[in-house]
Design a protein around this ligand. Structure first.
Ligand SMILES: [Zn+2]
Length: 452
């Protein structure tokens, strides 16, 4: 036989046996996680016994202590807290009422947006103007807007199939409404919640004040509520009365919580994580309790399958994703400072639903490598490797040139509940949660074995 032919046959044989080893290891991981994983019970504890945990709250401190204990129990070689200063912002008592042409005040369910200033506990009243979008808003004269309260009733675009994209489209109203209204002389802003649901549940989320623009209060109402207010406004002048106690209360020392399985023969680090903080509504179950318990499950599963990891595998429970991303920034800074080489970071922060794929921010070569693993993942329902995505907490590591990946779960129901009272433990399905942890463990295993 021609020597030149033997070589590719030999190589093909190696690849085939490697793939067989990997698919057996994938099966082993799935057996361990799906049968004996404790992510669901961990999540029950985090959501029911601790609850929501906004940055700087006592609940966050409790969650950090819980994460330390849970990582130890999962079998981490080392667990520690990394100090990070976080902004302290929270909701207080708040209310919104609207008076229509019938002259009666109607109570409206409302939630202030994150980082917004409130009314200082005083009533703020004014005529309520309803617009669909910035185009309609921009056509109004300054005199029409002076001292008004403006509601942007911009709907989440239902025809966009990836709700992550739909969110990206609608979220500009949440982020920019307050300063847009303040610049034109208005006194408060309200938005239609960035939500895929058709109900009266308001969703919070971070907003941003532009430099040099007056900080006016801003809140959100449910999608159906916004439509009702639009119909009422078409019938005649509306008056709104807003009262809220939210606002920034300085800063406070807090922590990222980190646990690792130390590498057997490499000093390089692979990160897997999610964020431990949440907004101060609901239970922070899908956002992002699921990402936290899945990441801890990765460590537990590698330990249980007796896999000997070459690189250090580190679970990072990030602080303050929701209103500052201080945890992610502190971690990215520290690895540069300590000159710790990192090769890959994976985040789960898109809900604990059935996994469908992995996003990747990396080189063309790295994308090719990950896509070559697709046949191994297909039996576990994971097929989409096309999206360019990491995660808010790991994105700051980009400056160190590390490949970043985000778990992509089914996104259809996430924005029904995201950042609202509806984000509770009951909305999480045990099998879907554990399947996400399974494929995350499989991905970390592949990275540890083959990543260049
Ligand atoms: Zn999140």
């Amino acid at each position: 036989m021609n020597k030149l032919l033997i070589f590719p046959l030999f190589l093909g044989g190696i690849l085939f046996s490697q793939q067989k080893t990997d698919s057996l290891e994938f099966r082993k991981i799935a057996d361990v996680v799906m049968n004996d994983g404790t992510a669901y019970e961990d999540l029950r504890h985090l959501t029911k016994n601790i609850g929501h945990r906004v940055s700087g709250s006592e609940a966050y401190e409790k969650a950090a202590d819980w994460a330390v204990e849970t990582l130890k129990k999962a079998g981490a070689d080392k667990v520690w807290k990394q100090p990070v200063n976080v902004p302290v912002w929270m909701h207080g008592k708040e209310s919104l009422a609207v008076k229509g042409t019938d002259g009666k005040w109607k109570k409206i369910r409302m939630l202030s947006l994150g980082n917004s200033e409130g009314t200082g506990g005083k009533d703020l009243s004014g005529a309520l103007i309803v617009v669909r979008n910035f185009d309609e808003f921009n056509k109004l004269a300054d005199t029409d807007l002076k001292d008004k309260i403006v509601l942007f009733n911009y709907p989440f675009r239902q025809e966009i199939i990836s709700t992550m994209e739909g969110y990206g489209d609608a979220v500009k109203y949440r982020v920019m409404a307050a300063s847009a209204v303040a610049r034109r002389g208005g006194k408060a802003a309200i938005i239609r919640s960035v939500s895929t649901a058709f109900d009266d549940v308001p969703h919070t989320g971070v907003m941003h004040y532009q430099e040099g623009v007056r900080k006016i209060p801003v809140g959100a109402v449910g999608p159906r509520t916004a439509d009702e207010l639009q119909e009422m406004a078409a019938r005649g002048v509306l008056v709104a009365r807003l009262n809220s106690n939210c606002g920034m209360r300085g800063e406070k020392p807090s922590f990222n919580v980190i646990g690792e399985l130390t590498g057997k023969d490499s000093k390089k680090v692979i990160v897997v994580g999610g964020h431990l903080d949440s907004w101060d509504v609901g239970e922070g179950a899908h956002d992002d309790g699921t990402g936290i318990v899945q990441s801890i499950e990765v460590l537990r599963a590698l330990k249980k399958t007796a896999y000997r990891n070459h690189h250090t595998i580190r679970v990072v429970c990030f602080a303050n994703e929701e209103n500052g991303a201080r945890g992610g920034n502190a971690y990215a800074d520290s690895l540069q400072l300590k000159k710790e080489p990192h090769i890959f970071a994976l985040e789960s922060d898109a809900g604990g639903f059935s996994p469908r794929g992995f996003g990747l921010i990396g080189t063309a070569e790295q994308k090719k490598q990950i896509r070559s693993w697709a046949p191994l993942f297909l039996p576990y329902g994971v097929y989409d490797f096309s999206i360019e995505e990491g995660g808010v907490d790991i994105d700051p590591m980009k400056k160190s040139g590390i490949a970043l990946s985000g778990l992509i779960p089914d996104s259809q129901r996430y924005f029904d509940i995201h950042h609202s009272d509806a984000d509770t433990f009951e909305k999480v399905n045990r099998r879907e949660l554990l399947l996400g942890a399974t494929v995350m463990t499989q991905m970390i295993y592949m990275i540890d074995r083959y990543w260049k």
